[in-house]
Design a protein around this ligand. Structure first.
Ligand code: ATP
Ligand code: MG
Length: 260
């Protein structure tokens, strides 16, 4: 059963110092009856079934659900990294399935930032080079923003480790580098798969408040997968998944919430 979004959330206006992505009329993401089947015969897995929801520009949505419920599969489809088996996906009003590979890649690189569940940092180059490379690939035409980079490194507490390669970093440090990499380009949409999964409570809170302020100040749309019900409360809305389906969508508190 498709579940429609409600737009009943007011958003803080973008601060004058920042450059928010261009205003998009209507939802920035519209998922319509998305289905995903992996394999066939005995190994057939129906990972997503009729998943429908809309996300407004600047909205912060948390996606929660048990392991295997299809969260990462949804993340890959929303980011155009894999195709749905059925249904439609509109990003900024454009039908993803109607774009050719080059167009889809361009849209992804310029508009979407990813924090992967397994980080996906390039192992042979330093943390700094990983972030710089993301900026290059996004091809924004703007010079690398050293000030923003330093600001992100400060907030994420990775300044002293930035010249190290990923294998020389702890899991939590790699995760924070992956977050800096995703945010350096100021993407219109940030997809984050368990961004606090490897972090202690202090770093976790720093990352959550950074995502929250990105969403509020830059009108950035954030979709965050999390196992942590407290972390989910930072979102405007929480989308609950089970067995590849959207079980329900509820309002979040829109702020960091320490109590369960
Ligand atoms: N490449 C694949 N081939 C076959 N089955 C897959 C593949 N990727 C995922 N699946 C299956 O699809 C289902 C959904 O997987 P998915 O990774 O989306 O779950 P998840 O909600 O992200 O879980 P977790 O919380 O453990 O990360 C699972 O049953 C999984 O085994
Ligand atoms: Mg997952």
């Amino acid at each position: 059963m498709p579940i429609e979004s409600s737009s009943a959330f007011t958003r803080t206006a973008a601060s004058p110092q920042t450059q928010p992505p261009a205003a998009v009329p209507g939802p920035i993401i519209s998922a319509q009856r998305l289905g995903k089947v992996y394999g066939s015969g005995k190994v057939r897995v129906e990972a997503l079934r009729e998943v429908s929801f809309d996300v407004d520009p600047g909205e912060f949505v948390a996606i929660v659900g048990p392991s295997g419920s299809g969260k990462s599969t949804l993340f890959y489809i929303l980011g155009g990294l894999t195709s749905a088996t059925s249904g439609s996906l509109f990003i900024e009003g454009r039908d993803f399935s109607q774009l050719n590979d080059a167009q889809r890649t361009r849209l992804r690189r310029s508009h979407i930032g990813f924090v992967f569940q397994r980080f996906n940092l390039l192992p042979t180059i330093s943390a700094r080079s990983n972030v710089e490379l993301a900026h290059e690939i996004a091809a924004t035409g703007k010079p690398f923003d050293e000030q923003r980079f330093n600001h992100l490194c400060d907030l994420l507490k990775i300044k002293g480790r930035i010249e190290h390669r990923p294998s020389e970093l702890s899991g939590g440090e790699q995760q924070r580098v992956a977050i800096a990499r995703a945010l350096i380009t100021r993407p219109a949409i940030l997809l984050a798969d368990e961004p606090t999964g490897n972090l202690d409570s202090q770093n976790s809170e720093a990352v959550l408040s950074m995502l929250h302020s990105s969403s509020r100040e830059m009108n950035q749309t954030v979709l965050m997968i999390t196992h942590n019900p407290e972390a989910a409360q930072i979102a405007d809305r929480i989308l609950y998944m089970r067995d590849g389906q959207v079980l329900k969508i509820e309002p979040g508190k829109g702020r960091i919430c320490r109590e369960a």
